[in-house]
Design a protein around this ligand. Structure first.
Ligand code: ADP
Length: 151
């Protein structure tokens, strides 16, 4: 089973659409293994966005990503890394395919709702970057009947 790292960005938090986005993840069958709200500081952003740190727009991205806390999630699912990138759509919300999260809920190339790891290798690094081992949870998925029997 694959895991991926999601950040619900400040635009999602400000627009109060985090629940809507998480519902889409749950409806896709993905499991929440970790979830927390964090304020991203310049150091962690520089590390996380090392691949764009030399771009002229980077200072604006850093300011945006630290403008409010974000919600970090570790989600698990079969082939989730690629499936999640497909669900999100391309970086520029105005160019994202119809039906994708960014097309439906994003604003532009920067205000694009969520970050998702772009490869399995990156996902492993990003999960470690944002979550300690004891912040990740293993649990079995139970039916309501099974849950009732644990009462
Ligand atoms: P993605 O998040 O789709 O993997 P990148 O890793 O290329 O995209 O970029 C990281 C983030 O930087 C984007 O999600 C977006 O918020 C911001 N960004 C990327 N390109 C631009 C740009 N041209 N102008 C402003 N912000 C950008």
């Amino acid at each position: 089973m694959q895991r991926t790292l999601i950040l619900l960005k400040p635009d999602a938090v400000q627009k109060k659409i985090c629940g809507k986005v998480i519902t889409r993840f749950e409806d896709a069958g993905f499991l929440i293994r970790g979830c927390k709200m964090i304020h991203l500081d310049p150091d962690i952003l520089h590390e996380h966005y090392a691949h764009i740190a030399d771009k002229p727009f980077y200072p604006e991205v850093e300011e945006f990503m630290s403008s409010t806390p974000v919600i970090a999630l570790v989600l698990e699912g079969d082939g989730i890394v690629e499936k999640m990138r497909d669900m999100l759509g391309v970086t520029d919300s105005t160019k994202a395919a119809p039906g994708t999260i960014r097309a439906e809920l994003g604003v532009d190339v920067m205000f694009n709702v969520a970050h998702a790891s772009d490869s399995l290798e990156t996902a492993e690094k990003e999960v470690k970057r944002f979550f300690q081992d004891d912040e990740l949870f293993q649990y079995d998925v139970k039916s309501v009947e099974e849950l009732k029997s644990t009462r």
